[in-house]
Write a protein of this length. Structure first.
Length: 398
């Protein structure tokens, strides 16, 4: 089986330590003997700023020794015998040109007409022009969050509404990270071949990490920890409440500040500046996937302090599975997609409840609860998610 995968990020971002569902599904697919080759198409830019960024990072910055095709706007690299990375900024000028070049590369790889079943998997709802134009046998769409509710895509609402409608009509299979996304497609008239497939975790990556990171050695316990991107989906008023109510504890935020969250290039958002006033709050910045386990293992309680809004309701945070794999107690604001873990998570409806649950999580934590959390993580491996995807693809092709 040959896969064409339209990514929600770039391969170069993954190499720098970024990881998301797209990244983990790709790696698990590469490990499957069912898959002979995957051609991944980097995030296709549709703004001038993103086109310039992609050109610098993925075109002129691409390693020269891996190139199998190159022109001023496109680079195609052979990473290994199974993985091809297709990077282009042509989508900013012409979506048809992207399809034309991609077909040319596919023909070259197959030395003529295709020789195996070809499946397209897309994570990118801003580009739907590929349907029926890549000589594919099956189209799969992976709905990761509701982009209609994403604050970064407000001005693309009409395009996304149209694209989601086309996806609901033309995709052979749809997988979603949350039940609310199943409802989204049902509202668009899609009632079959749509499956809720929550996120997963590589539990072995997180279990047993015991190295104390250099920037956490002087931070006193108990530690209330968060690992993830610092952006406007967080409830900063809640974080300030937690910092104020816990002067005897450390609030540690591990992750980069999302660039679009900055109001200017000169100073951090007021929410960040306000939190930095508290002596028990620590911003540790971006950490790669390999370093993440060591940071989480230093948390005494892990938190998911998200705002409660339409976008967050469509999420299924991967950080939860990472926290569980480390055996950590978790306190979270309400999220429907996490309901299956209600016996393991402390959900809070308001700020006072969030604080009470932090205290409760710390007081109740023991070896048995830790074992149950790790066991739950192991039951939700990325490989099990990919096995389900492959099974549905094979059934549909037959």
């Amino acid at each position: 089986m040959e896969l064409i995968m339209f990514n929600m990020s770039s391969y170069s971002e993954w190499q720098r330590g970024t990881n998301n569902r797209n990244f983990h599904i790709l790696n698990s697919l590469l490990a499957s003997p069912e898959i002979k080759r995957i051609v991944v198409v980097d995030f296709l830019p549709f703004t001038f700023h993103r086109a310039i960024r992609n050109w610098i990072e993925n075109i002129i910055g691409a390693p020269q020794q891996e190139l199998i095709y190159s022109d001023p706007t496109t680079r195609v690299r052979q990473i290994n015998e199974k993985l091809i990375v297709f990077s282009t900024i042509d989508s900013f000028f012409s979506k048809k040109l992207v399809i034309k070049k991609l077909n040319s590369i596919l023909e070259k790889l197959n030395d003529g007409p295709k020789q195996m079943k070809r499946v397209v998997i897309s994570y990118f709802p801003m580009f739907i022009e590929y349907f029926g134009r890549l000589n594919e046998d099956l189209n799969v769409f992976e709905a990761v969050d509701n982009w209609l509710a994403h604050p970064s895509y407000i001005k693309y609402q009409e395009i996304l509404k149209r694209n989601y409608q086309i996806i609901s009509q033309k995709a052979d299979l749809i997988f979603t990270v949350a039940n609310s996304l199943v409802d989204l497609f049902r509202q668009l008239g899609r009632n079959k071949d749509i499956y809720w497939l929550p996120n997963g975790v590589d539990a072995s990556h997180f279990i047993g990490a015991d190295k104390v990171p250099f920037d956490m050695k002087k931070i006193k316990h108990p530690i209330i920890g968060y690992l993830g991107i610092i952006q406007d989906r967080l409830d900063f008023n809640l974080l300030e409440y937690v910092a104020e109510k816990n002067p005897d504890k450390s609030l540690v935020l591990v992750g980069p500040i999302w660039p679009q969250f900055f109001r200017s290039f000169r100073k951090a958002p007021s929410e960040i500046r306000q939190l930095k006033k508290y002596k028990n709050v620590y911003f540790l910045g971006r950490k790669g996937y390999d370093a993440a386990p060591n940071y989480i293992h230093q948390f005494d309680v892990a938190i998911i302090p998200h705002q409660v809004n339409e976008f967050v309701m469509s999420m299924n945070p991967m950080k939860l599975y990472d926290y569980l794999a480390c055996g950590k107690p978790v306190v979270s604001t309400p999220m429907p997609a996490l309901g299956k873990f209600s016996h393991l998570i402390y959900f809070a409806q308001d700020y006072a409840g969030f604080q009470q649950n932090i205290e409760k999580a710390l007081a109740e934590n023991d070896a048995e609860r830790e074992r149950l959390r790790i066991e739950a993580a192991r039951e939700n491996s990325w490989q099990s998610k990919v096995d389900e995807i492959i099974l549905k693809i094979k059934e549909k092709i037959k």
